[in-house]
Design a protein around this ligand. Structure first.
Ligand SMILES: [Zn+2]
Length: 68
């Protein structure tokens, strides 16, 4: 299930997928909109994505992207 979700994020430039992503960016527990952070690593080879619910302080996603 998680792998399926991540596949959509890899197609983030596609407008349809973009809309889908927006609809998925809500906390499963309280339906608050998630805060998404993308942080580049020091060597700029990877991007870390974190999704965080400010309401219940739940970190729901943490994914490393390789930039190659
Ligand atoms: Zn929440």
């Amino acid at each position: 299930m998680e792998a399926k979700k991540l596949r959509y994020f890899e197609n983030i430039n596609h407008p349809v997928h973009s809309e889908f992503i927006k609809s998925q960016n809500h906390c499963v527990l309280c339906d608050t909109e998630l805060e998404i952070n993308h942080v580049a690593s020091d060597d700029s080879k990877t991007i870390k994505e974190e999704a965080f619910c400010p309401q219940c302080t739940l970190k729901t996603r943490n994914k490393i992207y390789l930039l190659n």
